[in-house]
Design a protein around this ligand. Sequence first.
Ligand SMILES: O=C(O)C1=C[C@@H](OP(=O)(O)O)[C@@H](O)[C@H](O)C1
Ligand SMILES: C=C(OP(=O)(O)O)C(=O)O
Length: 450
Amino acid sequence: MSAHGDPIPMTARRSGPLKGEAVVPGDKSISHRALILGALAVGETRISGLLEGQDVLDTARAMRAFGAEVTHEGPGAWTVQGVGVGGFAEPPDVIDCGNSGTGVRLIMGAMATSPVTATFTGDASLRKRPMGRVTEPLALFGTRAFGRQGGRLPMTLIGAAEPVPVRYAVPVPSAQVKSAVLLAGLNAPGETVVIEREATRDHTERMLAGFGATLRVEDGAEGRAIVLTGQPELRPQTIAVPRDPSSAAFPVAAGLIVEGSDVLVPGIGLNPTRAGLFTTLREMGADLSYENAREEGGEPVADLRARFSPDMTGIEVPPGRAPSMIDEYPILAVVAAFADGATVMRGIGELRVKECDRIAAMVTGLRACGAEVEEGEDWMIVHGHGPGSLPGGATCATHLDHRIAMSFLCAGLAAQRQVSIDDGGPIATSFPIFEGLMAALGAAFARGTE
Ligand SMILES: O=C(O)C1=C[C@@H](OP(=O)(O)O)[C@@H](O)[C@H](O)C1
Ligand SMILES: C=C(OP(=O)(O)O)C(=O)O
C-alpha cells in the first residue's frame, strides 16, 4: 500500500537519450528544519523553495498543532508565525508524521523540554522504525516516553517541565538524533553538548546559528562536539531552501546510465555533509560536472551536468563517507549494476532502519532483475557488467520506501527488459514531481506493471 491511498504500480522501459533540464524540488532535510525552527522563533519566518512533499506537509501540520501559524502563500512560499522557544501548546490530537523519520524525531526533540504531552504515530513503515534512539537521550532532559515494545510508535511523550541540560555522545551516526537533542536543548537552561564521532549533515547547526542561537563546534578526541546555549530568543529568518541533492541523485544517475543522455540539474545544494554520492560517482568515472558553483542562503550550490558514462568502473566506497550519502546507496547500487566490476559498500548498517530495510530491498530487487549482488549485516557488493547489461524483466517490491521506488524505476530506463515497481505512491513523500520531471527528460514510464 502506498502511504496515503491505493498502491500505484509503475513500469520503466529502456529509453532513448535523456535530455534537458531537471529542476528538482527543495531539500527535504532543510525544509523540515525551516518549519520547526520557524515555529520556535518569535515572529514571522518566510520560506521560499520549501519542498511540498508529504513528509514536509506532515511537519507543517504538526507545527500548527503545537500552536504555530503556518501559511501556504504560493508555490514553495510559506510563512511561519513562531511561538518562541518553550512556547509550544499541547496538541489537541495525535500527531501523525506519516512516512517521515526526520519529521517525527525532530518534532519529538522540539517538544521534549516544554510542559506539554503529545502522542505521535505514522504509517506502517514509520511504526516499525526505532524511536528509542531519540527518547533515550531525551530522557536525560527529564522527558518521559511511553511507546510500543522496542520503542515503536505510537508513542506518547511527556515534556520535561523543568529540563536540565545534557551532554550526549550519539552512539550511531544520525543527524536526526543529533538534531532532536539540540532542539530539546534549546529550552534547557545552560549548555547542552552533543558529540558525534562521524560528522552527519549539519543543517540544524547552520540554521540554529542563522536564527541567532549561540552554539560552537569543537573538534576533539571524542569527535565533533556541538555546544548549544539554552533558552535563546530565536529571531525569525528569511530562508531560501536549496534544491535537494538526494532528489537530484535520480536524474543524475539516470543520465549516467541511459545511452546518449545529457542532463542538467540546476541549483543543487552541495553541502559537503550531503554530497558523498557525487564524489563517489566521479571516482567511478562518471561524466558528472559541477557548473556555476556559488553560495546561496549559506549553503554551497552548483548546477550538476550528467552525461552518459559508458566507462564507469566499480570502486570500494570509503565507509567514512557513508553519512554524507546515506540515502543515496539504493541509487548507487543501481548505477553500480551498469559499471564494470564490483562496487563495495561497507559501513551501511543504518540502511536497515530506514523507511524499509534498504539493503534487503535492493538485494532482492536487483537479483530479481538478474544482477549479481552480495550482502552482509552492514555491507552490500554489486558486481556490474557494464552499460545496458542488466537483464531486468522483474517487478520489485518498494516497501513504502520512496528511494527504493525511484531507484528501480531508474534501473528500468537502462535495463534490457522493463522494470516494474509494486507501488510508486511513496515517491510523493520526497519528490512529488518525479514522474513528470523524468518523463519530460524522455524517460519511458507508464502506470501499471507488465
Ligand atoms: O536529519 C535528516 O534530515 C536526515 C537524516 C538521515 O537519517 P538518520 O539521522 O537516521 O541517519 C537521513 O537518512 C534522512 O533522510 C534525513
Ligand atoms: C531516510 C529518509 O527519510 P526519513 O528518515 O526522514 O524518513 C529518506 O528520505 O531517505
